[in-house]
Design a protein around this ligand. Sequence first.
Ligand SMILES: [Zn+2]
Length: 376
Amino acid sequence: MTQQFSFKLKATDGKARTGVISTPRGEVRTPAFMPVGTAATVKAMMPESVRATGADILLGNTYHLMLRPTAERIDRLGGLHKFMNWDRPILTDSGGFQVMSLAGLRKLTEKGVTFKSHIDGSKHELTPERSMEIQRLLGSDIVMCFDECPALPANRDRIAESMRLSMRWAERSRDAFGDRPGHALFGIMQGGLEQDLREESAEALKSIGFEGYAVGGLAVGEGQEAMFDCLDYAPDSLPMDKPRYLMGVGKPDDIVGAVARGIDMMDCVLPSRSGRTGQVFTRYGVVNIKNARHADDPRPLDENCSCPACANYSRAYLHHVFRANEMISGMLLTWHNLHYFQEIMQGMRDAIAEGTFDAWQAAFHAQRAQGDIEPL
Ligand SMILES: [Zn+2]
């Protein structure tokens, strides 16, 4: 018997929600943070280590994987889960956003996008149909509709035109996805920062019908205040009983603010990318490990953190291996950052379930405002 994809809302507190997404590959507790495994790896982490941080689901990038090693090769080798040794749920993006941000020389038509690979300049085409095919070859559990995300700043006409194209592509994505029990297709709401366009987009998506809904086109440089303004209304026009995914977010306080506004899922490269550049997220704010103040400091990054970087190593060691450009630096700092992000998610899930999310948020902001421990 094939288990179906489903979402069960367990509790709400204000607009914040906690629930469980069930898939044949396991459950995803929401609110969920998805580490990004761009090229079939969360950089500097073994899959079992990613799981140990508390992640239930990973994100994979269609654009990167279609170019190298190609979706067809991954399919021949048994699919993305087997290829990268992660047997839990995987969500893949559609490739649309990354074509716009990474590929050279693009041509956009009603049919789709043709572009040149940033790796070797070779020519490729992505359409709703091809994006669905690639995500099926990868074996993705949650597939995203192929959409267009206009570069900002853009005027209202351009945003409206782009949103309506994305809605036509959403319908083609739904048709091309077909009947795949146990797998989900998520629609993506567009419309920039225009409330009526967001609502038009939500209506179009709901009339097509999806297993989940994403809020796209945010976290593209508009700033937190503008993003929160949009999230004050955008999730309200999406169905209550389906997961809501905010794409590409974000910093810890972005994540908390999004959950407070009714978002269930997020992804961001920030914890892993920052881990490689010496930027550490802690409950007391951001720590730059390259800073000379850590050179003689025998204390852990965060004495209350149970991750391997904090349990077994001093700030002095982490500072040294970062300065010496040792690989363990990126490994330990990425582990800590992912652990901290997952700890935030667990804290929010528990607080929403207990009806204490306001108090949890107040404590979260108070600790961050406190700042890092004093230098020795
Ligand atoms: Zn830690």
